[in-house]
Structures are given as structure tokens and as C-alpha cells.
Design a protein around this ligand. Structure first.
Ligand SMILES: Nc1ncnc2c1ncn2[C@@H]1O[C@H](COP(=O)(O)OP(=O)(O)OP(=O)(O)O)[C@@H](O)[C@H]1O
Length: 269
């Protein structure tokens, strides 16, 4: 009993997430992937890699509670203490605090600003005012100030991704899962998104990024999970296929220099 409590307390201090015995099949016979045990430690920014169709999006959606878990369990010790009291939230503590950013983000009808205000309205009342105050800084960081009154449905792919990243920045989730956020983006857009994500990491958001490219954003990662031949595992530096740069203080400082003012919902952005 005491040992279990000590282990629980230890998990709460050191772990973002623990995944155990997870398997996923879309069709009854075909196994997409399985994993035995993976731990996401506090302080880790994880790169999730794998071939097209390996199951990166599926794994992230399972973690965000957006797909039903078929087998095993996924726990977020970091979220347990802060869970909301509503029954549908206590069943899935990651809801409201774990934000999944889709590779093709959904934007609402209306302007860029409308899209951002919609997200701010979803925050608990006591967090809305601060989010409103941070909005001009966020627009600047995302390079969207000049576009704020433009209808969202007229934006380019890169601009859409930047809005999605900015929505996540405004929400400041405990856990942020970024699904190929820089696919087909130019260097400027990648750097703008990187600045937003670096700021979130500095504000203690735990971030996982799936990507096929090596960019300034993946340079933020200091841990690597891979999906290969139907197995998800944590790659060490010798087995990883992607060169990882540790989350160097200097790297973060360099990127956060552009952050002039560092200052929830069931989220799929
Ligand atoms: N809702 C669904 N129903 C059935 N099959 C699905 C569903 N969603 C995804 N799949 C299949 O699961 C497999 C994994 O898809 P997923 O999008 O997770 O891969 P991915 O690693 O993110 O790929 P990519 O790098 O191309 O984005 C694919 O073969 C896909 O067709």
C-alpha cells in the first residue's frame, strides 16, 4: 500500500506519460502497432518518427483520448492532480489539458482573429484575460498581425499551420502533440512555429513532434520514439535514424530571443 503510494508520488514528480501494453488494429486482423512499455519523462521533448502509415497520427490521437484505446493503458501522471471534476473529464484526464495539433488544422469560418477568440473563449474564465493580453504578442510571434482581419479560409497552408500553432500557444496545454506541423512549410514559417513551441516548452508544456524532416523545430527534441515494423519504441542515440540535437540552453535562448513577452477544451486543433 505504502509502496504503491510512493511509486504513484514518484510518477507524479517524474513522468508526463506512461504507455503500457498498447496495441492498435484498424481492421480486426491487421496489427498497426504494439508497444510494451514507454515512459515520457518530464523534461523530454520527443520526436516521433516512422514511415508514412506507420501509425504516428494514430498513436498521438490515442494519447490525446481522441481514439478509443483498444488494449493496454495510457496514463498521464502529470495531469492527474489538475483534472477537472466533471465526470467526462475525470474519465479521461488528458481532456482539456492535452492538445493534439492536426496535420491539416481545422479553421472556423470568419477571420483569423475570430478563430483565435474562439479558442480563448474555451479557456476557463480566470485564464481568458491573460490570454487576451498575450494575443498581440502571439500574433507577432506567429507573423499573423497583418492578417488578423483576413478571412481564415483564404489563408495559405503555412499561414493555417501558424494559426493552429498560435491557438495551442494561447491554450498553453500541459501536453502538446504536434502532428507534422511543418510539412510543406518554408523556413520562415518553420522558424515562427519553432519560436511559439520553444516558448511553450519554457512555460513547462511537454511537447511531442512527429516529423519526416530535420528542422529547427525537431532540433528542440531531446528524446526520440520510433514506430518501426509495427513496434513503437524509444530509440537511443545509436539506434535513432534522425540526428537529434539535445535541447541546448543556447539553442532555446537563441530561439526565445524573438519571444518578446514570455510572459482548454477537448483539443484537436
Ligand atoms: N479511421 C481509420 N480507419 C481505418 N484505417 C485508418 C484510420 N485512420 C488511419 N488509418 C490507417 O492507419 C494507418 C496509419 O495511419 P496514420 O495516419 O496513423 O499514419 P502516420 O504514421 O501518421 O502516416 P503519415 O506519416 O503518412 O502521416 C494507415 O494505413 C491509415 O490508412
Amino acid at each position: 500500500m505504502l509502496l504503491n503510494k510512493l511509486l504513484d508520488d514518484h510518477d507524479h514528480i517524474s513522468l508526463i506519460a506512461r504507455l503500457s501494453n498498447v496495441q492498435h488494429r484498424w481492421h480486426k486482423e491487421t496489427l498497426l502497432f504494439q508497444l510494451n512499455e514507454l515512459q515520457w519523462q518530464k523534461g523530454q521533448t520527443i520526436l516521433l518518427s516512422g514511415d508514412n502509415g506507420a501509425g504516428k497520427s494514430t498513436l498521438m490521437r490515442l494519447m490525446a483520448g481522441l481514439e478509443p484505446l483498444q488494449q493496454g493503458f495510457i496514463q498521464f501522471p502529470v495531469l492527474q492532480k489538475d483534472r477537472f471534476s466533471l465526470p467526462w473529464r475525470t474519465q479521461k484526464p488528458q481532456r482539456g489539458q492535452c492538445c493534439y495539433l492536426h496535420q491539416s488544422p481545422y479553421l472556423f469560418a470568419g477571420t483569423v482573429l475570430n478563430n483565435l477568440l474562439f479558442v480563448i473563449k474555451s479557456l476557463p474564465k480566470n485564464k481568458r484575460e491573460l490570454a487576451i493580453q498575450r494575443l498581440p504578442t502571439g500574433l507577432e510571434l506567429a507573423g499573423l498581425t497583418a492578417l488578423q482581419h483576413q478571412p481564415a479560409n483564404t489563408l495559405s497552408g503555412g499561414e493555417r499551420q501558424r494559426i493552429a500553432a498560435l491557438r495551442a500557444w494561447l491554450l498553453q496545454p500541459k501536453v502538446l502533440l504536434l502532428d507534422e506541423p511543418t510539412a510543406n512549410l518554408d523556413q520562415d514559417s518553420i522558424h515562427l512555429i519553432t519560436a511559439l513551441v520553444v516558448d511553450l516548452i519554457q512555460q513547462n508544456s511537454a511537447v511531442m513532434i512527429s516529423s519526416h524532416q530535420h528542422t529547427s523545430l525537431t532540433d528542440c527534441c531531446n528524446a526520440h520514439w520510433m514506430i518501426k515494423e509495427g513496434t513503437v519504441y524509444a530509440a537511443n542515440s545509436t539506434t535513432g535514424t534522425t540526428k537529434l540535437t539535445a535541447l541546448q540552453t543556447s539553442n532555446v535562448n537563441k530561439l526565445s530571443a524573438v519571444v518578446s513577452q514570455p510572459h482548454q477544451m477537448d483539443v484537436a486543433l
